[in-house]
Design a protein around this ligand. Structure first.
Ligand code: ATP
Ligand code: MG
Length: 336
């Protein structure tokens, strides 16, 4: 049975970008495949501590798992929910893979360059987390890892490390699918990249300090509406999907399509020839308002106990699966 795996750090409340780019596509994919695939949904809490955590990590973790359920995740016996730090094999395999990966390939990671800003005082975890991510994936023989496009380089790194390992030790690891195939599997032509509302040439990030740049999933729906209304656009005066020249307008069209689960082309077609940016903003603001209202109502209905009992079951499965794979690797290195 193939495995589809995903994780989202729970350092803080998630943004609309995280939701539309990672959470929602994952939930749709999980529901589509959970009859005949393992669906591993984990919270990478060890990845969290490479940077500041807003609030209590344990509580954030529970909230993140509720996000999946509120987004419509259907639970069955093939759906496994677990916390990374509750499965020690992740850290152990990370160390072993550190001895397989090279400084060269790891230093080329764009996320590392961006997050370290070239400074020597960044913690080693920021440099090393793609290797921990490789361990997260390889322990479970995962083929598909639905993620936003800012993570695609890490999937390629995982493939390279696993291929090198397999060439030396035989086919212990399943090589994850190429990023292009990952995208096809997700049913998208390309990865979704929701833009920063104030600086639409950048992606929306939860760590961005400017409040108006991002919509948080717990924003008052009215507040979110105002943020959309004040989004940066351009002076072209026509509503057209052109991420390069009109990233602000294109971002709004993209949000409108995703929030309403409509094909982007339909939304683009509907607005073609229109010139009033204010009308588009009003429409997107009301779509986001409705989406957040509905989502927040569902979140409030989910009890902690429900999540905790899923974790207990999921962590038993995860430890059994991961320990079996780790043992094969340990044997390859004559550690066992
Ligand atoms: P940070 O600023 O802390 O890096 P982030 O918003 O980039 O936060 P991550 O924790 O890095 O969030 O990523 C969580 C998931 O959300 C990943 O799968 C990532 O690809 C996806 N993602 C992040 N930002 C966006 C975005 N703007 N559009 C679409 N997907 C996104
Ligand atoms: Mg990020």
């Amino acid at each position: 049975m193939q495995t589809i795996l995903t994780g989202i750090r729970s350092n803080s409340i998630l943004t609309l970008g995280n939701y539309l780019g990672a959470l929602l596509p994952m939930v749709r994919l999980a529901n589509k495949h959970s009859k005949d695939s393992n669906i591993n949904i984990f919270v990478p809490d060890l990845h969290s501590i490479i940077s500041e955590v807003d609030g209590d990590l344990k509580e954030n973790t529970i909230r993140t798992l509720k996000y999946y359920i509120a987004a419509g995740l259907e639970i069955n016996d093939n759906v496994h929910i677990y916390r990374q730090s509750y499965v020690p094999a992740h850290s152990e395999l990370c160390w072993i893979l550190n001895c397989v990966a090279t400084m060269g390939e790891t230093s080329r990671m764009i996320q590392y360059k961006e997050k370290s800003k070239g400074s020597d005082s960044c913690n080693v975890g920021i440099f090393d987390y793609p290797i921990l991510m490789a361990a997260d994936i390889l322990l479970y023989d995962a083929t598909y890892i639905p993620l936003g496009e800012d993570q695609f380089q890490h999937i390629e790194l995982t493939r390279n490390i696993a291929t090198r390992f397999n060439n030396k030790f035989g086919g212990i690891f399943t090589i994850p699918a190429k990023t292009l195939d990952q995208v096809k599997f997700m049913g998208q032509e390309e990865g979704v990249r929701i833009r920063d509302l104030q600086n639409p040439e950048k992606k929306m990030s939860k760590s961005t300090l400017a409040e108006n740049s991002k919509i948080m999933l717990d924003d008052e729906p009215e507040k979110a509406m105002k943020k959309i209304m004040s989004a940066t656009t351009d002076s072209e005066g026509k509503i057209k999907f052109d991420m390069f020249n009109q990233p602000g307008i294109s971002n709004l069209l993209q949000i409108e399509a995703l929030v309403n689960d409509r094909p982007l082309q339909d939304v683009i077609g509907e607005w073609a020839g229109e010139t009033h940016y204010g009308d588009l903003k009003k429409k997107v603001a009301s779509s986001v308002f409705n989406m957040l209202t509905d989502f927040q109502r569902k979140m409030a209905e989910i009890k902690d106990e429900e999540v905790l009992s899923l974790l207990e079951k999921g962590e038993k499965y995860a430890n059994e699966t991961a320990n079996a794979k780790l043992l094969e690797v340990q044997k390859a290195f004559h550690l066992r």
